[in-house]
Design a binder for this molecule. Structure first.
Ligand code: DHK
Length: 151
């Protein structure tokens, strides 16, 4: 059976390609989607790739993932540093979470160096641009295989 993983992207990630390319790179969100889909297909995962600028919509997608998906990969954009609501949703659904950021948030503004999302994440990948999404898929495939072996 194909294992489905939600890949959720937060605010302003729809602006990739235009938005501060020196920080976020020149790839568009569509490019990231293609990369992520290829990496997932190679490992036998299916993905549901989405982006929203609206916090509550992301909360609803996290809730929707429960029962539909095996895990969640999330780049919550600016909500990473502010959203107790997204953290609460991730903790409520209890699925494995891999957090990803294009930029190295630890080399940036102080306020970006704290992530609410990390409190729910098995691991965090940051600073590697679009490659981070491929690595997140690999990490999720490992997490899911280990969980399946324990059953
Ligand atoms: C994306 C954003 O939109 C920022 O608000 C975060 C993250 C970093 C990224 O690097 O992908 O601070």
């Amino acid at each position: 059976m194909t294992r489905l993983v939600y890949v959720l992207n937060g605010p302003n990630l729809n602006m990739l390609g235009v938005r501060e390319p020196e920080i976020y790179g020149s790839e568009t969100l569509a490019d990231l989607r293609t990369r992520t889909e290829k990496a997932a297909a190679a490992l036998g995962l299916a993905i549901e790739f989405r982006q929203s600028n609206v916090e509550g919509e992301i909360v609803s997608w996290v809730q929707e993932a429960r029962g539909n998906a095996r895990g969640i990969i999330i780049n919550a954009g600016g909500y990473t540093h502010t959203s107790v609501a997204i953290l609460d949703a991730l903790q409520a659904v209890g699925l494995p979470v891999v957090e990803v950021h294009l930029s190295n948030i630890f080399r940036r503004d102080q306020f970006r160096q704290h992530s609410y999302i990390s409190l729910a994440a098995t691991g965090v990948i940051c600073g590697l641009g679009g490659k981070g999404y491929e690595l997140a898929i690999e990490a999720m495939a490992d997490i899911l295989s280990k969980a399946a072996n324990k059953r």
